[in-house]
Design a binder for this molecule. Structure first.
Ligand SMILES: *Cc1c(COP(=O)(O)O)cnc(C)c1O
Length: 486
């Protein structure tokens, strides 16, 4: 292979700070105190940890080296299906770091933070426009948190009509967070099998939908990367039986400005700003999962809400039907600013184009790799395509082996073994931010791995070979985590 992007070169080892420290080293000099020490009884504080002594250069090298063991979208292509690991433009961080925005205190009175309230108000409007729905809460901190908010709204809606419904329909292609969020709200998930074409079957929904069922949670496009073509009929069936339709909009990157979710029959949808709207993602950092609803559900949205009247923007907490507050202050405000900056930089036309390119890139990979890897659902896909390792079974090579080997070629592995309806799934989502040349290199790497699987499978069994950390015992790593770096 020519032009392999990474993994040969300098990866520096780095011990723990405790091993590295040397008595007497110092990072900075603190001037001698010119007042007598406060009379704190040492016995009250007790023995502190024996912190290592380190110089400034020790510390800088330590953290810089550790940062180089990591992989992120700024390092290379990260085709993690269902996660939309697109490049996050740096302008978003710059805007969020503007002192007037970053230093604005969450307890400022409305009159003193009209600018930050305006950002939130306009972001609500933009997200309503992108989904086609009517009202938005920016509070939820993640996709799953948005789902939980949505399920609270389902419950509040049914309660307001005098019923308590106990079940919820969830397709077998759903993201694992869907049944978990529903169960947290006391709803019993009822799985709906998808059809042989990977689509949700309206007949199956009609059979399961009854007076005890609060509604359905549908991921669209679904986790096979396919658009649920029967969504309007399915929504009709659910509405006729008094239920609501929850849309899991984590995959909105495929349909921004293309599909109007309200016209699809969706009543509530969450968006993942840390996926579709280009805010940082993963590493346990803050995210945001705003929830958009149709007019009839507006009154149930969390409080406080940003509203606008003659005097300007203000936070409104006076909403008696609200499900209440679900995040401190205003949600993850710094993330909201990044998404706002992204949407303002792109404009409606370019958001639409981003979705078109995301879909084009995924279909390009699907067509180029479908002679190499088994493609269980051979039809046009949306933002991602799902293969399996069926053809590699003959060489005793698995999805895990191929995913690990990709790291030797400098790529983050795709999502594997998900969705569960495909055995040995390999779910590839390139996003719109990869160039054709980069996607071609990725395809070339995958073709090379498929060739190795046939001719030199032992290479794959031992992969990765070039990474800092080799093949982990993943079970032991989960069962006996060693947190001291041993
Ligand atoms: C990522 C994702 C979620 C969960 O979002 P988090 O922000 O990780 O909680 C839910 N559904 C789908 C389809 C997703 O891809």
């Amino acid at each position: 292979m020519k032009n392999v992007s990474a993994t040969v070169g300098l990866i520096l080892n780095e011990p723990l700070l405790w091993e590295k420290g040397q008595k007497g080293r110092r990072g900075m000099d603190v001037p001698a105190a010119d007042v007598p020490p406060a009379g704190i009884d040492a016995g009250l504080i007790g023995e502190g940890p024996d912190f290592p002594d380190l110089s400034e250069v020790d510390v800088i090298r330590h953290y810089t080296r550790l940062s180089q063991w990591n992989f992120g979208v700024d390092t290379g292509m990260y085709p993690l299906g269902s996660c939309t690991m697109k490049y996050n433009p740096k302008i978003n961080d710059t805007v969020a770091a503007t002192p007037e925005i970053a230093a604005s205190h969450p307890m400022l009175p409305d009159a003193l933070c009209q600018g930050t309230l305006k950002i939130m108000y306009e972001l609500q409007d933009y997200l309503a426009a992108v989904t086609g729905l009517d009202a938005v809460s920016l509070q939820p901190a993640a996709g799953a948190h948005g789902e939980l908010t949505g399920m609270l709204i389902f419950a509040a809606y049914h309660k307001s009509r005098g019923f308590r419904r106990t079940k919820i329909l969830i397709p077998d292609t759903a993201h694992g967070t869907n049944p978990a969020s529903a169960a947290l709200c006391g709803l019993q998930p009822v799985p709906v099998p998808s059809g042989p074409d990977g689509m949700l079957d309206p007949e199956a929904v009609a059979r399961l939908m009854d007076e005890q069922t609060a509604g359905i949670m549908v991921t669209n496009p679904n986790t096979l990367g396919l658009f649920e073509e029967n969504i309007i009929r399915i929504a009709g069936i659910v509405h006729d039986a008094g239920g609501l339709v929850y849309g899991d909009g984590a995959n909105m990157n495929a349909v921004m400005g293309v599909a109007d979710l309200k016209r699809c029959g969706v009543d509530i949808v969450h968006l993942n700003l840390h996926k579709t709207f280009s805010t940082p993602h993963g590493g346990g950092g803050p995210g945001a999962g705003p929830v958009c609803v149709v007019e009839a559900l507006r009154k149930f949205l969390p409080v406080p809400r940003v509203v606008r009247d003659k005097r300007g923007y203000r936070l409104d907490g006076n909403c008696p039907d609200s499900v209440g507050r679900i995040h401190a202050f205003h949600g993850n405000f710094g993330i909201l600013v990044r998404a706002y900056s992204y949407i303002r930089c792109m404009g409606a036309e370019n958001l639409h184009r981003a979705s078109q390119l995301a879909v084009l890139n995924a279909n390009y990979i699907k067509e180029k790799l479908k002679g190499e890897l088994h493609l269980p659902y051979d039809r046009p896909c949306m933002h991602e395509c799902v293969f399996s390792d069926l053809w590699q079974h003959a060489y005793k090579v698995s999805t895990l082996d191929m995913a690990k080997r990709l790291m030797d070629f400098g790529y983050h592995p795709p999502t594997i073994y998900f969705p569960l309806v495909v055995g040995g799934a390999i779910m590839i989502e390139p996003t719109e931010t990869e160039s054709k040349a980069d996607i071609d290199r990725f395809i070339e790497a995958f073709c090379e791995i498929v060739r190795e699987a046939k001719e030199e499978p032992e290479i794959l069994h031992g992969a990765p070979h070039l990474c800092k950390v080799k093949r982990l015992d993943e079970t032991a790593a989960a069962r006996h985590p060693c947190l001291t770096g041993c």
